[in-house]
Every structure is written in structure tokens, then in C-alpha cells.
Design a binder for this molecule. Structure first.
Ligand code: NCD
Length: 297
């Protein structure tokens, strides 16, 4: 049984196959005859893009979708994650797409519940479909990522997006610079994958990069103590027009969403000509179709 739990450890050839499959599925018309398969979205945390695009991806493949959300569920009566998953699995869905605040929750379920599990974001651990859609978007502009340099800026410590992206980009041959305040840069992050460097100075991190990914401060994972003052944070780590013009004039701008405009990047940049933020969202459907096809094969 196949699961997609993270990018770490997936061979580059497997990532390439998923991206190729997404490219083919992107232009494929939606299937109108139902497959009979049902995909359950099991989301314990808030989501807009990820949940809707997994749903649209499943529908385009001809599957049906059931959306479970923690609010209004038996979780409110004290049911455990494992009991909830076992009960849903007893109804024989073809796959379960899980988002949970605990790092490792999807792997925990994959080892115990006899249904293919797709990780849609687990705590600060991984968000594999996001990394694949980021790589897909960049490949549409560049072709292969080999030899490119990508800066990831912001709350690296609490970002599952950063962790999956650095594994994915480096596996595909790019170099990654992670940048943020030292309190939000985990010690040893540069040892997670080859070709990763660590920076606390944004101008240094941006110099000559081919793309920059801005990340949100993960307030829900910061206990308030570690949360920097937003004005000062923006001054030091905000991606602005002036900074891009000075340090990386040809860089593409990525952001996984949701945006905090005026904090990690300005509206001028988010809506500017180098922004591929909505292309990322568009790519998300094709990439998630490829992921569902892969786990259901
Ligand atoms: C991200 C997430 O939930 O990890 N959003 C997303 O899925 N596109 C990023 C975030 O919450 O900042």
C-alpha cells in the first residue's frame, strides 16, 4: 500500500515521475464517469487551498469526496485521532488525506490504518504536496531546477512548507538558502539536505537568487514568546520591491499562502509581475491529481 508522508527520502526519480504525471494530468479533461472511489479529507487544522485543491483534484479524476472537519465531529466528544481514523477506514474510502497539528500524525495513521494516507501538512514537519506544486511551478518557468538558487525566507522553524521544499528543491538539483531571525532558524537546518545554507541577513540571502519563497509567521505554533514585533520583522525580513530590485531583480516570488500582506512581503510584490503565487495554486490541482493517482495505483 502506498502513502505520501513526506518528501524526505523520496528519490529524485520518483519526484520527477510525479511532476511528469502532473504535467500530463494538467491538460487532461475531467473524467465524467465516476470511478466509484471515495477520498476522505480529514482536516484537523484550517485550510483553504490544500483542502479545496485535493477535493477538485479527486473530482477531476472521477472520484467522490467526503470532507471531514474537526469542528462538529466526535473529536469534540474526546475521540482520539486513531479511533476517528479507524472508524472512517471501516467505511472503506480509497484514500485519506490528513492535515494535523502533530508532526508525524499521518505516518502514525499509515502504520495502523489499512488505507492509503496522504500527508496534507503535519505540524512543523512536512507538506509534500506543497513542495511538489512549488517545484512544478518553477519548472514551468525554468525547465529543470538544476543549478538554480532559491531563498526561503521567514519562520523556518515552524514551517512544514520550508522543510518539504528544501528536501524537494535540493533533490531536484537546486541550492537553497534559508533565511530568518536566528530564533526562527532551527539549529542544524543546513544539515537536513545538501546544498542548504543558513542566513540571518536577508540582503545576503537574496543576492543573485533565481526565486524567493516568503513564509508566514506561524502564530499558531509560536507561543507568543517567540513572536517578533511585526514592524521590526517586516523591516528586516519583508520581501519588498526595493530589495528585489537591488538584490535579485530576476527572481520569481513564491508564497504558499495564506499571505500576511505587509509582513513577510508587500502587496506590491505579491501582486507584481514576478509573483507566481496564483500559478502555485493552479499547479496544486494537477500535482494533487498526480499524488492521488500515485497512491491509488
Ligand atoms: C501552509 C500550511 O498550512 O502549511 N499553507 C498551505 O497549505 N498552502 C502555509 C501556512 O499556513 O503558512
Amino acid at each position: 500500500m502506498k502513502h505520501l508522508l513526506g518528501i524526505e527520502g523520496l528519490p529524485a526519480a520518483e519526484l520527477e515521475r510525479l511532476l511528469e504525471s502532473a504535467a500530463q494530468l494538467k491538460s487532461q479533461p475531467p473524467r465524467l464517469t465516476p470511478t466509484g472511489a471515495i477520498v476522505v479529507n480529514l482536516f484537523f487544522e484550517a485550510s483553504t487551498r490544500t483542502r479545496v485543491s485535493f477535493e477538485i483534484a479527486a473530482l477531476r479524476l472521477g472520484h467522490q469526496v467526503v470532507n471531514w472537519t474537526a469542528q462538529g465531529s466526535s473529536q469534540e466528544k474526546g475521540e482520539t485521532l486513531l479511533d476517528t481514523a479507524h472508524n472512517l477506514a471501516a467505511m472503506k474510502p480509497a484514500a485519506i488525506v490528513v492535515r494535523h497539528a502533530a508532526s508525524g500524525a499521518p505516518a502514525y495513521l499509515a502504520a495502523r490504518v489499512g488505507v492509503p494516507i496522504v500527508n496534507a501538512g503535519d505540524g512543523a514537519h512536512e507538506h509534500p504536496s506543497q513542495a511538489l506544486l512549488d517545484a512544478f511551478t518553477l519548472r514551468q518557468h525554468w525547465g529543470p531546477l538544476t543549478g538554480r538558487t532559491i531563498a526561503i525566507v521567514g519562520d523556518i522553524a515552524h514551517s512544514r512548507v520550508a522543510r518539504s521544499a528544501l528536501h524537494c528543491f535540493t533533490a531536484l538539483g537546486a541550492r537553497v538558502r534559508v533565511c530568518g531571525p536566528s530564533g526562527l532558524l532551527p539549529a542544524g537546518i543546513e544539515t537536513l539536505a545538501p546544498a542548504v545554507t543558513r542566513h540571518t541577513d536577508l540582503d545576503e540571502a537574496l543576492a543573485g537568487v533565481d526565486a524567493v519563497m516568503a513564509l508566514r509567521l506561524q502564530r499558531e505554533r509560536l507561543d507568543g514568546v517567540g513572536l517578533p514585533g511585526l514592524r521590526d520583522y517586516h523591516r528586516r525580513y519583508g520581501v519588498t520591491r526595493a530589495r528585489l530590485d537591488a538584490r535579485a531583480p530576476r527572481a520569481l516570488v513564491l508564497h504558499p499562502g495564506p499571505l500576511n500582506r505587509g509582513v513577510e512581503l508587500t502587496s506590491e510584490v505579491a501582486d507584481g509581475p514576478e509573483s507566481v503565487i496564483l500559478e502555485q495554486v493552479e499547479s496544486g490541482v494537477a500535482v494533487r491529481m498526480a499524488i492521488l493517482k500515485w497512491v491509488l495505483a
